[in-house]
Design a binder for this molecule. Structure first.
Ligand code: ATP
Ligand code: HMH
Length: 568
């Protein structure tokens, strides 16, 4: 439906006069990928369409080149006549409003020229250029003679996303060859040069650096905003560049869909893209696709949510307590079985013990989407990069102190219910540590400030009430307690990695990554696994719900200091 809005001048006119038409807002950003193909689905257009869909966009695709490739390498490339490329481009733009374009493999100068000529009149609001030159396998995807044409194209796009090798080519000239940057600071200097000479924003990618970190940065002529990331130990990296660039196009178009008059916030888009990409890298290997550098799992979060819904709807699992629990869709999404099969009912029939094994790890996987949300919260981003408002941090600390006091009581209750002396001792030690932590870190930072000792917020109360409500059953209680250990350890890895000399929250970040806390988390996971294996399907259902709900409370707890929602 189209809304017709009559202009004020027309309303005053004596006769029905001209009216103008306001285009309705689409339900999803319409994103076009112009790129080459990968029949194994990990890179190129196939990766772009999956990415756009996974991040909520409507994907479209114009093929520049057909590439016979797989996870091991490129066999051959077939490039249709450039006239046919133009026909494809026109077919889309003649009919469809395009919110964003992602440019990938452009192969050679005539294709680059055709795409540039087409972009000129169409003027999509967002154009992202992934200057694809070489595949992950090392095979060339761009004519050496076309490098100058790509350099010129950089000036006409909104964002360019080179890896380190591509960056060096882009800042080289026909006369002066620049070597691939070897360090992150050299890479930033080259990216700055590229941004300054082209006037375009550069997304600098650290995927090809060595080390445990995997940072990226948004670089303009005047600013460098680094987005830290952790390196995933995986060989499933085929198509990461394609996926990241189409993620950026989709997320930027979504920003404009929601706020058409605002500028695109590339740093926010990169944070969200990286949180998603990290999950996709973590889950790629489990797809078992190919023998070389396998693909990412673009739909890792969707799949976990789907499994949860399938499990919920399956009558055979109704006694797991999910069916009549009245869970909202999102909660069900976070509470999935995630057992590695397409049908949990089938898996249960083939292997009745399947739900007993690796129980905690499967709950962790099922909450992937929720955890990606946590990583991208303003509070955690601000804590990592040091921009968090000091008063929001103090508010958080005061609530955390209140939380820890109550949490310690619930840990003591787990100790009272524990079936073995070892577990009894573990929970008692954890209760004591929670109280020590409340005393030392919090009091040291909050001091005697009377404002620092407020009433518990609605969010804090909701979390501790949820824990207390689980206190009748050991399994349910330990499942509810686990996210506080595990999420803190996991988030803590990235917080500790962001620490640097002079960081405003340095003392706080330094407390993370404590090996003793990591060991306690591992012990809590083992205890929860034993409790799940020892009990029946009905209690495992309640444990699943208790774990997923605690994870949601964790998210809400980190969200309140900056959103203020649930702060009362
Ligand atoms: N092992 C890894 N762990 C985490 N993030 C990674 C890893 N490898 C790459 N990335 C991220 O993936 C994105 C793509 O970066 P990369 O530098 O690998 O691009 P690329 O070389 O163009 O990719 P491609 O492998 O598709 O050619 C960046 O956000 C980078 O930080
Ligand atoms: C079609 C295509 N584009 C980009 C890459 C880079 O990964 C690839 N391997 N294939």
């Amino acid at each position: 439906m189209t809304d017709t809005v009559t202009s004020p001048a027309a309303a005053l006119a004596p006769h029905p006069a001209a009216s103008f038409v306001v285009a309705p807002t689409p339900s999803a950003p319409r994103v076009l990928s112009i790129a080459g193909t990968d029949p194994t689905g990990g890179a190129g257009i196939q990766a772009d369409l999956k990415t756009i869909g996974a991040l909520g966009g409507y994907g479209m695709a114009v093929v520049t080149a057909l590439v016979a490739q797989n996870t091991r390498g490129v066999h051959s490339v077939h490039v249709p006549d450039v006239g046919f490329l133009v026909e494809q481009l026109d077919a889309v733009s003649d009919d469809v409003a395009i919110d964003a374009v992602k440019l990938g493999m452009l192969h050679s100068t005539p294709l680059i020229d055709a795409v540039s000529d087409w972009l000129e009149p169409v003027r999509p609001a967002i154009v992202v250029l992934d200057p694809v030159m070489v595949a992950t396998s090392g095979d060339r995807l761009l004519d050496a003679a076309a490098e100058q044409a790509v350099r010129e194209l950089c000036r006409r796009v909104d964002l360019v996303t080179p890896n380190l090798a591509e960056l060096a080519v882009l800042v080289s000239t026909d006369r002066a060859h620049v070597a691939r940057p070897r360090t992150w600071s050299d890479a930033i200097a080259q990216a700055r040069h590229l941004a300054t000479t082209t006037g375009t924003t550069v997304l600098l990618k650290g995927g090809h650096l060595d080390g445990v970190d995997c940072p990226d940065a948004i670089v303009t002529a005047s600013a460098v905003d680094e987005v830290p990331g952790r390196r995933i130990a995986t060989t499933n990296t085929h198509g990461t560049g394609c996926s990241l660039s189409s993620a950026m196009a989709t997320l930027a178009a979504e920003q404009l869909r929601q706020a058409p008059d605002e500028e695109v916030d590339w740093v926010a888009a990169l944070r969200a893209a990286k949180a998603w990409l990290t999950g996709a890298l973590e889950h790629g290997a489990a797809l078992l696709v190919g023998e070389g550098n396998g693909p990412l799992d673009h739909f890792h979060a969707t799949r976990a949510a789907l499994r949860a819904v399938t499990a919920h709807e399956d009558a055979g699992l109704a006694d797991a307590g999910l069916a009549d629990a009245g869970l909202a869709d999102a909660e069900r999404g976070a509470a999935g079985l995630g057992d590695g099969s397409d049908s949990p009912a089938l898996a249960a029939a083939l292997d009745p013990d399947a739900d007993r094994r690796d129980w905690a790890a499967r709950q962790w996987t099922a909450t992937t989407a929720l955890r990606a949300e946590v990583d991208a919260l303003d509070f955690l981003v601000g804590l990592r990069d040091g921009t968090l408002d000091e008063s929001a941090f103090r508010w958080y600390l005061a609530q955390d102190a209140l939380y820890l006091g109550q949490y310690a009581r619930v840990l003591a209750r787990a100790s009272a219910l524990a079936p073995t002396a070892d577990e009894q001792e573990f929970w008692a030690r954890s209760a004591a540590s929670a109280l020590e932590e409340e005393a030392s870190l919090h009091r040291a930072r909050l001091g005697d400030d009377p404002d620092a000792h407020p009433e518990p917020s609605a969010t804090t109360l909701a979390y501790v009430n949820h824990l207390a409500a689980a206190a009748d059953s050991y399994g349910e209680l330990v499942a509810a307690l686990l996210p506080c250990f595990w999420l803190y350890s996991d988030v803590g890895i990235r917080l500790a990695a962001a620490n640097r000399e002079g960081h405003p929250f340095g003392d706080w970040l330094g407390a993370y990554g404590d090996p003793a806390f990591a060991a306690a988390t591992a012990e809590a996971i083992a205890i929860v696994d034993r409790a799940a294996a020892a009990t029946g399907a009905a209690e495992r259902g309640r444990m699943r719900r208790a774990f997923a709900r605690s994870m949601q409370h964790e998210r809400d707890f980190f969200a309140v200091p900056t959103t203020g929602i649930g702060a009362a």
